[in-house]
Design a binder for this molecule. Sequence first.
Ligand SMILES: [Mg+2]
Length: 263
Amino acid sequence: MEYSQPDARTMRGRGKRDNRGPRSLVAEMIELVGFDADDTLWRSQDYFDAAQAAYEAVIGRYVDIGDVRVHEQLLETERRNIALYGYGAKGMTLSMLETAIAVTGERISAADLHRILQLGRDVLQHPVELLPGIREAVAAVAREFRIVLITKGDLFHQERKVRDSGLGELFHRIEIVSEKDPPTYARLFEEFGVPAERFAMIGNSMRSDIEPVVRLGGYGVHMPYATTWALEREHGLPDGHPRVAQVSHGSEILGALRRWVGR
Ligand SMILES: [Mg+2]
């Protein structure tokens, strides 16, 4: 397992594809497959949602949490702070503290601020729980394609989750990035030495995993999770895009990729 270290060895072809005799043009279409991590390989959003519900219960002692503006204010603070803190639980914790102080007019007690701080720590420390069948699904894809992991969020948190997941060894590279937008993917393709047209990304977020890759000319396998963070729901891809496949379970990923490469 490597963390963002360029290594030509890992980026060369290997395995089954090399033994299939003459390759057709179609079969060359996808040579590298990327996986998202949070809510694609393991549960994540559930913990953030639970922390937010507990946060609202804390500030409910001071303000009317039935007031939709209280709910929206945290989201607004998070949106504003992404450029400062990046994605992940630490940024969310700071945004919860900031919003709690603001919406209570600075009346919130230190004990309640401490409770909110603890909510963020709990998110950082929850055990990794793989989604059903995902270990087998990733291993099956890895037997036919070279695979990489591309995730965003707190560096320490993501590194720990990759380690605890036990999946790290399946990936040629682990890329922990601060934003998943077209310039980031374009930079990664350059480093991988793979054109966008030969790359497919698998993930739960249309905005972060699918749209930027498809806009660059690549493929996307969208596997939605039960809940999606409000800021990840916004995207501009039309329904039924020919280079986007929808799957509902990890076991369907390999089939979606095979259809594109004509296997
Ligand atoms: Mg995700």
